[in-house]
Design a protein around this ligand. Sequence first.
Ligand code: BGC
Length: 746
Amino acid sequence: MTEHTHVNASDLSLEEEASLTSGSDSWHVQGLEEQGLEGYMITDGPYGLRKAKDSASNDVYGSVPATCFPPTAGLASSWNPELTREVGQAMGEECVQEKVAVILGPGVNIKRSPLGGRNFEYWSEDPVLTGHQAAELVNGVQSEGIGTSVKHFAANNQETERLRASSDMDERTLREIYLPAFEYIVKHAKPWTLMCAYNRLNGVFGSENRRLMTDILRDEWGFDGIVMSDWGAVHNRAAALNAGLNLEMPPSASDGEVVEAVKAGELSKEQLDKMAQGMIDLIEKAKPAMSREGYRYDVEAHNQVARQAACESVVLLKNEDSILPLRKGEKVAVIGEFARTPRYQGGGSSHITPTVVTNALDAFEHSGVEVDFAPGFTLDDAAQDEELTQEALHVAKQADKVVLFLGLPEDAESEGFDRTSLDMPAKQVELLAKVSEVNPNTVVVLSNGSVVSLTDWLPQAKAVLEAWLLGQAGGQAIVDLLLGEANPSGKLAQTIPMHLSDDPTVMNFPGEEGHVRYGEGVFVGYRYYDTFDKPVLFPFGFGLSYANFEVTDVSVEKSGKNQVSVQATVTNVSNVDGAQTVQVYVAPGQARVNRPSHELKAFKKVFLKAGESKSVSMSLDERDFAYWSQTMNDWHAEAGTYGIEVATSSRDIVKRVDVEIEGDGKSFRLNEESSMGEWEEDPIGAPILRKKVEELEAEGVHLPDDPNTMILFRTMPMGTVVTFSGADGRKVTRDLLAAYQAVTAE
Ligand code: BGC
């Protein structure tokens, strides 16, 4: 935050300070007129601006027009942080025009289960992809002098019991899976604000979690912005302020409670000063952008950013016989209500009133391509109308190729509830079966915010474009891709499983009696499927192109202690321009803990003209080799051999090169219970133990000679080994530890 603020919180009255720590209404922070602090607007959302027309209103659907960029599930699949930054910058410009100081996004929670109700608003099952993409959204918005609110901190991975469920997990899972995206963004993009989660983490509400908001976020990661509550997440103002929450939203008419808490000594004046000062700094930081008068963003230019982002968000899953792109002169039938009534965004607080929406049918017309259209089905739950089926079959029969738009209707997924199945509406799947029978050249375009099951019907589609939700320009983007004017370049940010029952969370989602046990630990998504060799329909990181690429000349070099640089050449060996995303996974060798077989650590999207080659280079550092050690309560990079995999999906490894990593040199502290084996392995403990054993032997105390007995003894606490060998184990342990402490204290 700005160091030189004009107003010092500690100079204000208690009442004024308290007032700063909650909003003035649902969408404004509290200003202090006499101090020159304005109560700026803060509002949703993650993929475009949702500014309520009536600023006191809670109606999510009554907002001023704004560009609806691809919802996050789409944008995440672009694997293109630079593009994401452009989207962020455009969002920031819209905030400047609309005088919104902080936009409430991005949402960076991990897609733990494919059923999660807000998966369309979140990025990925992988924290590295999430962090790298979302950091650039933050950078883009903030380059305009507008703040972001990275949400929901932390472990907000389901909607069931969303205001009170407790996400229960061990520290390692939290550190390796659920916190790293927040950590990366805080360290690399310095977001102005974070939003706490509704849920509890191991029993403690997000709004009252001092460990998260103060110990980890501020003290460990160096965050210097403010933390606001999710809307309605505060249960106790004083507890929240004590824990490090600066702002309660919306206000709950409880400022008096804060004043009383200070008077009663339940909340220190210093802590209130800190929290209120954060709010003052935020307001002052937003002032330059909020003082720009008459700024208008370029609506059409933003629509083009949305179109480009949508193009890169689509994942081509299958393209048998190169049926796509459509060729000039082919007779095309377009079937499916989604072609006329697109599903382009999700429901709930992220919902945007778009500036313009292009559907696929209009886009075909703009492109001068005539198509025959049949709606095929309705988007409601009504049983299939036989007339619609017959009409669809009629147009399908007469066409060279059919493009069938399928997907999840709006009421199938939204903020507020989790799904219970991955199935597509049965009537759509039945229609596909019939259409593909009369015309096998059938291409499916899917619109869905979260993964759907394709297993049962995939053979009936010659090609599948997974179009997620693409925002307002999605119809145009899909047609650009179908016609080959753009080339699909998206990659899956989430595994598509064969069956829901394969998912590692099935036994523990969405929990019971207010608790959800993260029993799969760090084995989320591909970390589970790849480690345990489970079949998947489409792996994480997968996506086809109309072009073909080769990745060659992979080289992996040590570039420093525990640092590695990875190089490769990517060549477009086709005659169309396209893009390939090179992914680097680290595969730990032998480890003290149970680690996933490999984890994404770096990626780069490379755009290549037909025939062009480019070299890419990525670097890895110590943290990329580390796991979170619960014993050390710290990251630990073990010495050893690690595989560096250069890949085009988590299952398409082009080349693996092994490197030796020295490790961070940290060792586990030996204690009374440390085994003989641990003493022998410890660089400080080993010589101390050797000396002691010599002394014992001189006294006639011998450890067994038999190797099998020694295997058993090495697993026992050192004291027990000594006792079994006929000496005073407790005394020897005390001596050993004293010697060990003397060295480690030096
Ligand atoms: C959502 C947040 C959102 C807030 C304000 C809450 O219900 O969880 O993501 O930013 O409302 O609309």
